[in-house]
Design a protein around this ligand. Structure first.
Ligand code: LLP
Length: 412
């Protein structure tokens, strides 16, 4: 679903053209669509009509406070991976009871901060369960399980099986023993299998597995099945995640489980990418074009410090010219960034309508794991972030970094 349109062959967002935005806020930049974020939140809430169903937005996908505020306004809870995320979530108006801290190899000092905030913690290992129990005996905790079957678009984002995450079911008795020792209320299980799948099967298998494990443990009153719902990055090869059909199967499973067990826990999903992925894009200006060794390079100012996904996972993002030329003559090109490494590609050998120096390109579906994975590598400033409002206006939600930002914590 695109939130731009062409007027006289120029891409527009509400009342602003792509060129106008680049001239006003610099290149590159991130731009998000509020309407689409709201639509995705509503689709997720509609997965299941049961009053015990909750959606936790996984803020690691995009933790810009202006977006968190929209997501909170839509009634989604939120997860946090760090005290930094908790800080931003509180800025967006989230209260402690709307946040789940999904911990992974956390220091005791970080645990102390979360305990002070009275935020529920999901623990990721037997040793962290014990450390946490010592710091906060008598509290409620959730345990992350590793049920063995993971899924995801790349080995780096598969989070079940032979990976560092979660506790295997063989160790559950030990976990409950520690809980008894420290008077902990081990009241929840969580299992997140990985990130990005477009078919519902692996997720539903995980739901079935987690429900089965939970049957034996009467104290469990919270079941969190994680996130991972994909978005169609490659429009010619990907079908959207079938959220409605998924919702029906998911609801059937949990209703059947409640009937069978006579129990009524909270059921949660924890998506990140699905909420914000398609609602964001990057604008970047073409600074040069060249041919080296019979290979055509289009040089943009969008390096992997700003959008890491293509470099890190070989991820595909559709790239569209904000200036449409008629007739469209295509060429096969390599679209690269401005970082001093040869791996700095946005697209390899991509067939695309011919691009000229000065053109503005739109790199689509970068709302998730885009800005939040950006860095200052090569001492480049991170860009501005903009938001297209439902009334068609475009507002700035984060300023481009200045040179001053590059030295603000340096001592010399
Ligand atoms: N819950 C937990 C515990 C997670 O670790 C994650 C993602 C999510 C939920 C949300 O997953 P999602 O619905 O967004 O797939 N940087 C990678 C993705 C890393 C995912 C990390 N964990 C990428 O750009 O593809």
């Amino acid at each position: 679903m695109s939130f731009y349109r062409y007027e006289k062959n120029e891409a527009f967002f509400g009342d602003r053209s792509a060129r106008d935005l680049i001239e006003s806020f610099g290149s590159p930049l991130y731009l998000y669509d509020e309407n689409l974020i709201r639509t995705r939140c509503r689709e997720l809430k509609a997965i299941c009509g049961h009053p015990n169903f909750r959606v936790y937005y996984s803020a690691k996908a995009n933790s810009s406070v202006a977006l968190l505020k929209i997501i909170r306004d839509e009634g989604l809870n939120v997860d946090a991976m760090s005290n930094g995320e908790i800080y931003l979530e509180k800025m967006a108006g989230y209260s402690a009871d709307e946040i789940l801290f999904v911990s992974n190899n956390v220091s005791k000092d970080d645990f102390r901060l979360v305990i002070k905030e009275r935020i529920r913690v999901c623990l990721d290992s037997i040793s962290q369960l014990r450390s946490y129990a010592r710091l906060n005996p008598g509290s409620e905790v959730v345990l992350r399980l590793n049920l063995g079957a993971g899924a995801g678009h790349h080995q780096k984002v598969v989070t079940a099986g032979k990976v560092k995450f979660g506790v295997q079911t063989e160790r559950l008795e030990e976990a409950f023993k520690i809980a008894r020792e420290y008077d902990l209320d081990l009241m929840g299980f969580m299992s997140h299998i990985g990130s990005f799948f477009l078919k519902e099967k692996p997720y539903l298998d995980n739901v079935r597995q987690l429900l089965e494990v939970a049957e034996a443990y009467e104290s469990i009153r919270y079941l969190d099945f994680g996130g991972g719902f994909g978005i169609p990055y490659d429009k010619s090869n990907h079908q959207p995640f079938p959220i409605k059909a998924f919702g029906e199967s998911f609801s059937e499973l949990i209703v059947a489980w409640m009937e069978k067990t006579g129990r009524s826990p909270v059921f949660a999903v924890e998506p990140g990418r699905y909420v914000v992925g398609e609602a964001g894009l990057c604008l970047t200006q073409v600074q040069s074009t060249k041919t080296n060794s019979n290979t055509r390079f289009i040089g943009t100012d969008l390096g992997f410090n700003i959008l890491l996904r293509p470099e890190m996972y070989g991820a595909y993002h559709e790239i569209v010219n904000a200036h449409k030329r008629e007739p469209q003559v295509t060429e096969t090109v390599n679209i690269v960034g401005n970082i001093c490494e040869s791996g700095d590609y946005l697209a390899r050998e991509r067939e695309i309508p011919a691009i000229s120096e000065g053109d503005i390109l739109m790199v689509l579906d970068t709302g998730a794991y885009g800005y939040c994975m950006a860095s200052n590598y090569n001492s480049m400033s991170r860009p501005a972030e903009l938001l297209l409002k439902p009334d068609g206006s475009v507002i700035q939600i984060r300023k481009r970094e200045s040179f001053g930002d590059l030295i603000q914590n340096q001592i010399f």
